[in-house]
Design a protein around this ligand. Sequence first.
Ligand SMILES: NC(=O)c1ccc[n+]([C@@H]2O[C@H](COP(=O)([O-])OP(=O)(O)OC[C@H]3O[C@@H](n4cnc5c(N)ncnc54)[C@H](OP(=O)(O)O)[C@@H]3O)[C@@H](O)[C@H]2O)c1
Length: 270
Amino acid sequence: MIVTLITGGSDGIGAELARQLAAKQRGDAALVLAGRSQQKLDAVAAQCQAQGAKTLCVAMDVAQEPQCRSLVDQAMQQFGRIDNLINNAGVSAQALFEEVKAEDLHWYETLMKVNLWGSVWCTHAALPHLKATRGRIVAVGSLAGLFGVPGRTAYSATKFAMTGFFEALRIELRGAGVSVTTAYPGVVATSIRHRGFNARGEPAGSSGLKEDDAMPVEECARLILEGMEKREREVVMVAKARLGRFMKLIAPGWVEKQALAALKDEVKPH
Ligand SMILES: NC(=O)c1ccc[n+]([C@@H]2O[C@H](COP(=O)([O-])OP(=O)(O)OC[C@H]3O[C@@H](n4cnc5c(N)ncnc54)[C@H](OP(=O)(O)O)[C@@H]3O)[C@@H](O)[C@H]2O)c1
């Protein structure tokens, strides 16, 4: 039995990770799916069970530390071990910093709680169990955690924080046999940007990014699982991003132009 805990397993990339693990591992798969929507979790679990996987759905909020600890406890009670922890739950946002009113700035903290602290709390709770299985940790970061993206000061801050946290942790865990893989998706075809916050901290309802070349969610999930399987340090999914990392050292102005070009005209800074 291979036990994989996926936060944000109710939709998008996390749900697809679950479906692909179920299809691959069949009866060996034990999937712990966490997210706020019980209904959506149950629907994903049913798809996984149809492939022979065992499932446990936990309706919870990663922005609450006790709920992260309880999630890990419930996984241990049900399956007795954790082999993989995929920190995937996340929220997006699209707003120019100067357009966010002082009374609304609190959602920057909410975003940090979900994207960074949810990952920190789940990882801290699961670590002893992952050490026991010499398991794998995956952090689903973002290209916004490698490059500052205009209109995404909040989101970039959370994802840069994830980049640093998991880079440091990877080195700490070298001797323990627990690998840490950080995935950096670009634009992936999910509803994350529609659900993400606008300047007032409400669901944006539309995407501020050009979506024409969005990566299919199936491809993104496949690349993340490949990286986890091979215990890769990083999964940088698009060639332009791999080039961008080098260009940032020698021509940062070019990289900034690329980041600006990713935005739709109507959301660009004036
Ligand atoms: N899609 C992209 O283009 C893209 C690009 C780069 C990085 N990423 C990253 O990939 C990850 C998954 O994104 P996605 O595109 O699959 O987004 P999505 O379709 O919106 O799914 C997000 C998942 O996170 C869960 N979630 C959100 N807030 C939560 C909370 N407070 N507590 C527990 N679960 C929560 C959601 O479940 P509930 O709503 O049921 O809580 C859902 O299952 C995120 O970390 C995101 O930043 C995505």
